[in-house]
Design a protein around this ligand. Sequence first.
Ligand SMILES: Cc1cc2nc3c(=O)[nH]c(=O)nc-3n(C[C@H](O)[C@H](O)[C@H](O)COP(=O)(O)O)c2cc1C
Length: 224
Amino acid sequence: MELYDVMRTTFSAREFTPDPVPDALIAKILDHARFAPSGGNRQGWRVIVVRDPATRQAFVDLTMPSAKRYTAQVALGENPWNTIDPTRADAATIERTSPPSRLVESYVKAPVVLVVCVDLKVVASVDQYLPRVGVISGASIYPFAWNILLAARHEGLAGTITTLPVSEEPKLQALLGLPAHVAVAAVMPLGRAATRLTKLKRKPVAEFATLERWGGTPLPSPAP
Ligand SMILES: Cc1cc2nc3c(=O)[nH]c(=O)nc-3n(C[C@H](O)[C@H](O)[C@H](O)COP(=O)(O)O)c2cc1C
């Protein structure tokens, strides 16, 4: 596929055909994804290929608490899980909220799930002393995670970067035998998409890019 086509059509697939995804194809995808950048070229990524049904069911169970909160916040018109505006969702409301199946089912329905981890011993987290949530550490792993999905698209596969299970990271670490310094960056269902691609909804350039400073003149969107 042409690069811009891949970039404009790589969507979040959550429903899959039963077609298996062989290890050799996963290895091919990872062999291309590994050219992603990382801070200092430390390449702290690790990938666990999961097919065991019990492990996959555990992903579903571990996703429930965060998916409930996510769904309750969306219902209140909030930006779920943001660290700036406190939620108005109380614990009882969150507990009785049923998340939509699309947030949980793909872990058991996809033919394979990739768990993308990062070894924090080699990540330069230069924002670690700032009084806000860490952002920079993710920059050493998400280019790699996204490369997996771009390569998957090129191979006729699809998947999703999911992070909801990571709110229960200690249980994920115990489940998969991860050392404490290895963080889970994404739990990624992968397979052949069962749904047809629709046009991705994204804001135009002029809505998010400005010249010289925040609030400056918008950078005009290119002509279509
Ligand atoms: C950092 C990150 C975390 C995400 N976490 C989840 C998740 O936990 N579960 C899920 O179903 N989708 C998750 N997604 C997928 C987004 O919901 C998806 O990218 C967005 O809705 C746009 O969908 P589209 O790419 O198909 O247009 C995540 C995406 C990113 C980049």
